[in-house]
Design a protein around this ligand. Structure first.
Ligand code: ASP
Length: 439
């Protein structure tokens, strides 16, 4: 059995946290491949090393003196090294980094040093081999992640080692230029490594015991989710539930490897399992609720719209022409509504309206702003009668006016549009009807 274990920044923010991580890894000999993040925040006022690196490199780019900022970063690492009693010095590494900052090696190079250095410490602490991700995680010339080449290089390299540390967040182009994933991207590295070694499980260790059914800022002490499918997770994370980087599911999903979200500070908790498919029914009809505020609906009216071939295409071209993504598109006989992100749309609204008039010649267009979308997600909904009915009666009791309903054809989710101001009460009402009163 092989497990790939990824540890997030808060799990590696101090020597004490490193020690917890060390215990977790040595407790199970299957935990052979370790993917560390850079040191995160030690407390709420602290700064992540990655952010310190971005700020430090910005100084270098402005030709300002960045040495004090760089030494503060070195201090963070030295405190960890000393706290673990390691005989390790990063002096040469920092001299190289200083030199490369002066040469303006690039913002991705700068940011990646957080994981790189933490990987060196981790490998030294565990007695594992250190593998620089620049050698094994490949990006193409345009800077896009090259999954196939990476899989070939990485699996060949890891086949030869018993146990290794592969830092998260970055890789390199064929010419050696360092490239990072987007923020939080160490989750993606963990997934890539799990696929390359055909792991039985990808453990993603963080500071919470997995996913919760709803956002704890809205619901008091929400119940945890024990098992969730990749598809359910995607629906929820798209709607704002964030524990894992959105792109982290793709590599393992292809290989059918389950992800187990675990808590470094409570290793006895089982956490959440993310799987391709499962016969475990969730305890409730729904698996989770998530939502986002800040949408606009663009309502387009035109008599006889339903018999005009190509009307929808013309309307959508107006959005495409202005580089705007649409989220949902409920329609009636003579009406069609397009939901878009408010911040993306605001600056371009008049250009979009005139483009719709030019292309589709509608009778009228009306815009409503400050709307929120809520996704109620659950694989159990397909086989349960009355789910939609329960949602809408709960919302009616909570005095929430429903602006839009959209049930995905997979019957995995129901999306509800409400006013931003009704967002919290809508989520509470849905949680209560499915979870609190469902005991
Ligand atoms: N250290 C990087 C960040 O802060 C990547 C990661 O932690 O996954 O975004």
């Amino acid at each position: 059995m092989v497990k790939v274990v990824k540890f997030g920044g808060s799990s590696l923010a101090s020597a004490q946290q490193f020690a917890k991580v060390g215990k977790i890894i040595t407790a199970d000999k299957n935990r052979r491949f370790v993917v560390p993040s850079a040191p995160g925040k030690r407390n709420s006022k602290d700064t992540k090393v990655t952010d310190m690196l971005y700020a430090c490199y910005a100084q270098a780019e402005q030709d300002e003196d960045f040495r004090v900022s760089l030494m503060k970063i070195k201090d963070r690492y030295d405190t960890i090294i000393n706290g673990l009693n390691l005989k390790l010095s990063l002096a040469d590494e920092f001299a190289k980094i200083e030199e490369n900052f002066k040469k303006k090696a690039g913002v991705d190079y700068a940011a990646s040093r957080g994981e790189y250095l933490n990987g060196i410490i981790m490998a030294n602490y565990l007695g594992f081999e250190f593998i620089d991700s620049a050698e094994v995680i490949r990006f193409d010339d345009e800077g896009n992640f090259d999954a196939d080449t990476t899989d070939k290089i990485l699996s060949a390299r890891l086949e030869k080692v018993e146990s290794a540390v592969v830092p998260g967040f970055y890789g390199a182009k064929a010419d050696g230029t360092i490239k990072t994933f987007s923020r939080g991207g160490s989750d993606i590295t963990g997934s890539i490594v799990a696929k390359a070694v055909h792991a039985d499980c990808y453990e993603n260790w963080t500071d919470v015991s997995g996913f919760l059914i709803a956002d704890p800022r809205i619901i008091d002490d929400p119940k945890p989710i024990k098992t969730i499918t990749y598809r359910e997770l995607r629906e929820l994370s798209y709607m704002g539930a964030s524990v894992l980087h959105e792109d982290a599911v793709f590599p393992v999903r292809k290989a059918g490897i389950p992800i187990n979200i675990r808590n470094t500070n409570a290793p006895e908790d089982e956490g959440t399992w993310i799987v391709e498919s499962t016969c475990h029914q969730s305890a409730y009809t729904i698996t989770g609720i998530a939502g986002k505020k800040g949408f606009v609906s663009v309502n387009i009216d035109k008599d006889m719209m339903n018999s005009e071939v190509g009307f929808g295409r013309k309307v959508l071209s107006a959005f495409e022409e202005n580089g705007i993504n649409f989220e949902h598109m409920p329609s009636g006989i003579d009406t069609m509504t397009i939901f878009v992100h408010q911040p993306e749309f605001e600056g371009k609204e008049q250009a979009v309206i005139s483009a719709i008039h030019r292309m589709a010649k509608p009778d009228s267009i009306e815009i409503e702003s400050d709307l929120a979308l809520i996704a109620v997600v659950g694989r159990g909904m397909k086989s349960t009668r009355g789910t939609a009915g329960r949602i809408f009666s709960a919302l009616a009791h909570a005095n929430v006016n429903v602006k839009m309903i959209d049930q995905g054809s997979s019957e995995l989710n129901i999306i509800i549009g409400v006013k931003n101001s009704d967002f919290d009460s809508a989520i509470k009402a849905i949680y209560d009807i499915f979870v609190t009163t469902q005991l």
